[in-house]
Design a protein around this ligand. Structure first.
Ligand code: ZN
Length: 166
């Protein structure tokens, strides 16, 4: 086992056993459901923004160890970052996983690089990051790793319906 594989195993197991920010958020600005039909992962990522800064990120739902661990790391990594910084980090994670490109990231995120050796699991690892990206860019309430072709509701529409009591 290489050093990266050992790090990966330890970090994924640890985050999966004790996921960070795994809870329902009281007053989110919006939540985005991330679904990965290929594996059965379904995670809802919620964000609370303070201006351009992500004050709080949380997730709930269920998924495989890689999906849960990556979501746990994501919520820790983006808290306190600006919208732009968080999207840049999502790009860096995605690049590292899909193209094995770019520099290794710091801390626990570096361990995710090992997933790039298992292409069928890459979508598990990127799921929470894609939900984050969708929330921050289009404000979509749902994102799938597979193209579903259906129009997506947005945070604005969801908040509007909530206000109207629907
Ligand atoms: Zn999975």
């Amino acid at each position: 086992m290489t050093a990266l594989e050992a790090l990966y195993r330890d970090v994924v197991l640890e985050h999966n056993r004790r996921p960070r920010n795994f809870r329902r958020m009281a007053a989110p600005c919006g939540c985005t459901d991330g679904v990965n039909p290929l594996c059965g992962d379904r995670l809802m990522v919620c964000l609370r923004l303070d201006g351009e800064t992500i004050a709080e990120a949380s997730f709930e739902g269920s998924g495989c160890a890689i999906a849960v661990a990556s979501a746990s790391m994501m919520t820790e990594a983006v808290a306190g970052r600006t919208r732009t910084q968080a999207l840049a980090l999502a790009d860096a994670v995605s690049g590292m996983l899909r193209e094995r490109s770019g520099d290794l990231l710091d801390g626990d995120l570096a361990a995710l690089a090992a997933v790039s050796a298992y292409p069928s699991r890459v979508k598990c690892a990127t799921l929470a990051w894609e939900a984050l990206r969708a929330g921050l860019t289009s404000g979509a309430t749902r994102v799938s790793t597979e193209d579903e072709g259906a129009p997506q509701d947005t945070w604005a529409q969801a908040n509007e319906s909530a206000r109207n009591g629907h």
